[in-house]
Design a protein around this ligand. Structure first.
Ligand SMILES: Nc1ncnc2c1ncn2[C@@H]1O[C@H](COP(=O)(O)OP(=O)(O)OP(=O)(O)O)[C@@H](O)[C@H]1O
Length: 670
């Protein structure tokens, strides 16, 4: 039993830092935070004296103890002098058993980080509770886009349209204002709650000595808090997030979730991620924890909104990352439905703060001549007044319902990151292109992302490079989600891994030390080129892109240059080692043959398997020769060819690719 001795003043509570993962790992359903009593003295074992005593919780009742509800709080790990706690619970009964350590508050614990280190963040109004985790991540100061977006978003509560180069820290440029806004919102609601409680507790205020009910919300100097509308709505089992962050791809949603969790580490704010391809039941369980922030792809979120699992009418903060992609016509119909729903209630629309971000938000496209002429005529007649840039942004603003938005455009004329070196390789034929890519990968072993325009191309190249022992990791939309994530993890783990992807990996993915990005085909849009290239040269690191192009792709290349405002010759040619190229030609020819033969054999096998099954089902006799050897003839010959070619290739692959004189350095790699 814990006794609080007070002297007629208010009890003063402060938040306890809890390991952020506690809220996301399923450890504590419904738990929003823990507070500790700040001003007290331990007079004897388990006895707490509050110096400012005024018991303000309605749940603090004299002599009433519910032995069932115990809360167990134990130190989990010490982070730079900070005690964090695990809280175990079972169902509705949160169990707390004894308080081993009274932890420090954020303010006190900031002692481990020199006070002046906080300045770059606090100077732009970022609260210490967020700045602390940023500093622990090594983020000593805001990036340019963060310095430009955070103050107007925090203090002016402005909607923000943010454009800056890839890898410049846009996620936190909207993530920090969202966390700040939720903290403020919760603070406001807590104050309202306390005022109401205080009004009802006039009588108890006079008491000299109170016992804290263990069953109430914790024990002794610790209380478990259920704050804000999210937790209040637990009873109806529906999640009413305060913030929605929408992204075009599942992997990006997961990454943003991670970034937000880091920044929210000491805030007690919970984040959940909802994406397609993952178990709906698991996501429903996540929602039952009442996260304040939901990061999602539009399709899955819309499904859960339709079934009433997520109520989107209470959304106070909306972020759309990669907004230009998200709002492309016909791309995400669910997003339009969501936005329509969000915007139905004018009042909540007015209270919502919107963030619209992308590296290519303000990119202008060169229009075909006939369209340009038509537009000019219309402009002269006064039928249209906006230019194309305003058109793109204007459409987004209208769609999202952003009002008085502040546009922060830090994109450079070149559109790509300043630390990026761009090169191209002109290939004479498809076979030459395969050879040039293989040679590049072999001669420059480093973490490399190779982009293709189609799933078919990824599949073929994946087979070819596997045959050539390059161990590529494919990633495309028709792969099972589990495999997609596995391949991404493998890519992250291995320093010289090669990821072969479609544009599903082009936007937003933040993987450390990606040294090279290869465009195996000229991308269809300038935006795709910018975002693909942006997987390297992130956060001021250097990086290299190589655009592999054949004569047939010249038109696409010219269009790309026009949109990027460049001359065709602006891009340097990557030096090619002709001697080595000639030396590997046989490998490539063999690998291409093997790939084709393997495809044919596979097709034959599946056709035979189907015939065999059909024959058995119809109780027909099957020719054994037909089944075992595929009818002899062609099939048999192909298999023999395959064996011979594989043997020859494996001989060739044993020889390392080395130039006679190792004098070539790709000059631009630094
Ligand atoms: N203030 C900071 N100081 C140092 N690094 C930071 C800071 N803010 C973010 N970063 C890091 O910079 C990297 C890029 O950030 P982020 O993914 O937000 O970029 P982005 O601008 O959204 O890129 P993209 O346009 O490709 O989506 C991340 O690894 C992130 O952790």
């Amino acid at each position: 039993m814990v006794k609080v001795k007070n002297k007629g003043k208010r009890l003063s509570w402060k938040p306890v830092e809890i390991d952020g993962s506690l809220f996301t790992d399923g450890g504590c359903e419904g738990l929003v935070g823990i507070e500790e009593l700040t001003d007290y003295e331990l007079t004897e074992e388990n006895e707490v004296i509050d110096r400012n005593s005024k018991i303000k919780s309605k749940k603090v009742k004299k002599g009433k103890v519910d032995k069932k509800k115990k809360v167990k709080v134990e130190p989990k790990n010490i982070v730079k002098g900070l005690n964090t706690f695990t809280v175990t619970h079972s169902g509705d009964n949160c169990e707390v058993e004894g308080v081993e350590t009274v932890c420090e508050s954020i303010e006190e614990s900031s002692g481990t980080i020199p006070e002046e280190s906080f300045y770059p963040w606090t100077n732009i109004h970022v609260p210490k509770v967020i700045a602390k985790s940023l500093l622990e991540e090594g983020f000593t100061e805001p990036t340019e886009i963060q310095s430009n977006c955070i103050p107007p978003a925090l203090k002016g509560r402005k909607d923000i349209l943010g454009a800056a180069e890839t890898g410049s820290g846009k996620t936190l440029a909207f993530g920090i204002p969202i966390l700040y806004g939720i903290m403020k919102q919760k603070e406001k609601e807590q104050n309202q709650d306390e005022n109401q409680i205080e009004e009802g507790d006039e009588e108890e205020e006079e008491e000299e000595e109170e016992e804290i009910d263990e069953s109430a919300d914790g024990i002794g100097c610790v209380k478990v808090m259920n704050l804000g509308p999210a937790s209040r709505n637990m009873s109806d089992g529906q999640c009413r997030p305060l913030a929605l962050v929408l992204t075009p791809t599942r992997e990006l949603a997961m990454q943003i979730n991670k970034h937000l969790l880091v920044a929210a580490r000491y805030t007690g704010i919970k984040v959940a991620v909802l994406v397609g391809g993952m178990s709906v039941d698991k996501q429903k369980r996540l929602l039952r924890r009442m996260p304040e922030i939901v990061v999602a792809t539009p399709g899955r979120l819309w499904d859960l909104v339709k079934t009433g699992e997520v109520i989107a009418t209470n959304v106070r903060f909306l972020a759309i990352d990669e907004a230009d992609r998200m709002t492309e016509v016909n791309h995400f119909p669910e997003l339009r439905s969501l936005l329509e729903l969000l915007n139905t209630d004018q009042a909540s629309c007015k209270h919502r703060q919107n963030f619209i971000f992308s590296a290519t938000l303000t990119m202008v496209h060169e229009l075909p001549k006939h369209v340009k002429k038509k537009l000019e005529k219309q402009k002269k007649k006064g039928k249209i007044t906006t230019d194309q840039t305003e058109g793109k942004l204007g459409k987004l603003v209208d769609l999202v319902g952003a009002k008085s938005a502040k546009v922060v455009d830090l994109t450079r004329r070149e559109a790509v990151a300043q630390t990026l070196t761009e090169t191209r390789v002109q290939c004479a034929s498809p076979e030459d292109k395969d050879a040039q890519l293989y040679l590049f990968l072999k001669r420059n072993p480093a973490r490399t992302l190779v982009f293709c325009n189609s799933i078919g191309c990824v599949k073929r190249l994946a087979s070819l490079l596997t045959i050539l022992d390059c161990h590529p990791l494919p990633l495309h939309a028709s792969m099972p989600q589990r495999q997609r994530l596995k391949n991404l993890d493998r890519f992250r783990e291995k320093e010289d891994a090669v990821l072969l992807a479609t544009d599903v990996a082009a936007r937003g993915l933040d993987i450390a030390r990606v040294a090279h990005v290869a465009h195996f085909q000229v991308p269809r849009t300038a935006e795709a080129y910018v975002h693909r290239s942006g997987r390297t040269a992130r956060a001021k690191q250097r990086g290299l892109t190589v655009l592999f192009m054949q004569p047939q792709e010249m038109d696409a290349y010219r269009k790309l240059c026009r949109t990027l405002g460049r001359n065709e010759k602006d891009m340097d040619d990557l030096p090619v080692e002709g001697e080595l190229l000639a030396a590997i030609k046989e490998r490539i020819r063999l690998a291409r043959d093997i790939e084709r033969l393997e495809q044919r054999v596979k097709r034959d096998q599946s056709k035979r398997g189907w015939l065999e099954r059909a024959a058995r089902e119809m109780d027909m006799l099957v020719d054994e020769e037909e089944v075992v050897h595929g009818g002899g003839g062609e099939g048999e010959k192909e298999r023999e060819q395959l064996i011979v070619k594989r043997r020859r290739l494996s001989e060739l692959l044993k020889t390392p690719i080395r130039p006679r004189m190792n004098n070539l350095r790709y000059p631009l790699l630094g």
